[in-house]
Design a protein around this ligand. Structure first.
Ligand code: C5P
Length: 398
């Protein structure tokens, strides 16, 4: 099943475009969601209305659509999926891809993406056999593009031979092979996310501003590379990741218990903003104002440090443990010291001073600190940070 996997489907302008409607259905039947993009020529063969109605999503068509750009820029659109399928991939689209052109929305997305791409070519047999197309095919394969089909058979133009677009179910099988055979296939990764809530009394609690969006993005990115992900989350505002085992907790102690129950694992990413302290004695009944106007004094005790506890396990220590260091000053110095103190393998350090807009925002500006390196990543979306981190994890654990 492809539960939770996101496919960006680029529909090219050929008669086989009608099969893309069936392809949308077949992908959805296996649990994937589909965001459609149509070339101008594609809309001569199928209507954007049918594509939108079947996919349940808006159809993206125009590179210069200001509303689309404001909602989701084309760069983000190109990277928001786990797989891009081009079906039908016409001779013209293949040629533009092979040349690296960006002359419309579809080709611009294909040039901007860092997501795996699969094409399902469809064209007349002579066009398919033409040395130009075969040369482009070779280039695309060498560029790492996956190719599904074409099949041999009768064609809409009355000829017979290779050039028919592969049937939708077979395209979905090929997509599943790519999506489920990622470099983290067979690996189990635990991700913690969100804030924790530490009760003061039955109605009040101590919390922080973490939205959980970076943790969700990391879990999605790891799952997209084929990992089995246990996602242990505090009460977060962000959407839950798709295709992961989700374990909801409230407090730091519950989070530690849930992480320990999810062990063993190959890797762990501790992205949660765990409260450092909890009430020493939280009360079972609501603290009341009293007549003499006494103001309650909150007495704290330290919470367990989940990252440090798991990093210092004798048995069952994951092979790779990644922590975050959200700092407001001396970011690198503090984060480097934190990595050593907690004994994790990598730390992603970031500056969470209010003026950075990172805490609760959609972007992150991180530095990866390992035992040997300090690598500054450019500021990018939390999704892009997640994908980059997941790829590093795959390189390490693969
Ligand atoms: O010490 P500090 O809170 O800055 O450490 C941040 C890192 O440690 C994060 O990866 C966070 O998820 C983890 N952490 C934890 N348990 C705590 C406190 C922090 O796992 N009690």
């Amino acid at each position: 099943m492809l539960n939770g996997r996101r496919v960006l489907l680029i529909i090219g302008g050929g008669i086989a475009a009608y099969k893309s409607l069936e392809l949308i259905r077949a992908l959805q039947k296996r649990g994937a969601s589909v965001v459609p993009v149509m070339t101008r020529a594609a809309s001569e063969f199928v209507t954007p209305l049918s594509v939108s109605a079947l996919s349940g999503n808006k159809v993206f068509q125009d590179l210069f659509d200001l509303t689309d750009e404001a909602e989701m820029g084309h760069i983000e659109l190109s990277r928001s999926a786990d797989l891009i399928i081009v079906a039908p991939a016409t001779g013209d689209l293949m040629a533009k891809m092979a040349l690296g052109m960006a002359s419309d929305l579809a080709t611009t997305l294909l040039l901007a993406t860092d997501t795996p791409v699969m094409i399902a070519p469809a064209m007349n047999v002579r066009m398919w056999e033409h040395t130009g197309t075969q040369r482009n095919l070779k280039t695309l394969r060498a560029d790492g593009i996956h190719v599904c089909g074409p099949d041999e058979g009768d064609m809409a133009c009355g000829e017979f031979g290779f050039g028919r677009m592969t049937e939708p179910d077979a395209i979905v099988d090929a997509a599943s092979d790519i999506l489920l055979n990622g470099p983290l296939k067979g690996k189990h990764v635990i991700v913690t996310s969100g804030p924790t809530h530490e009760p003061i009394d039955p109605v009040r609690y101590i919390a922080n501003r973490s939205s959980g969006s970076q943790g969700t993005a990391i879990a999605n990115a790891l799952a997209a590379l084929g990992a089995r992900v246990s996602f242990v989350t505090g009460p977060a505002r962000a959407d839950m990741p798709l295709g992961c085992d989700i374990i909801h907790v409230e407090t730091a102690r519950e989070m530690l218990d849930a992480v320990q129950s999810a062990l063993p694992c190959d890797g762990a990413v501790f992205a949660a903003a765990v409260a450092d302290w909890r009430m020493k004695n939280s009360t079972d009944s609501k603290i009341k104002k009293n007549a003499s106007g006494d103001i309650p004094v909150l007495d704290f005790t330290e919470n367990p440090d989940i990252l440090a506890t798991v990093s210092q396990l004798k048995n069952d220590r994951p092979n790779l443990i990644v922590g975050f260091a959200a700092e407001t000053d001396d970011v690198i110095k503090n984060a480097t010291a934190k990595r050593i103190r907690k004994q994790c393998d990598w730390i992603l350090a970031n500056d969470v001073s209010p003026e950075t807009g990172i805490m609760g925002g959609s972007e992150n500006d991180v530095t990866l600190i390992t035992a040997n390196d300090v690598i500054d990543w450019p500021r990018m979306s939390k999704d892009a940070v997640a994908k980059k981190l997941a790829q590093h994890i795959a390189d390490e654990l693969g």
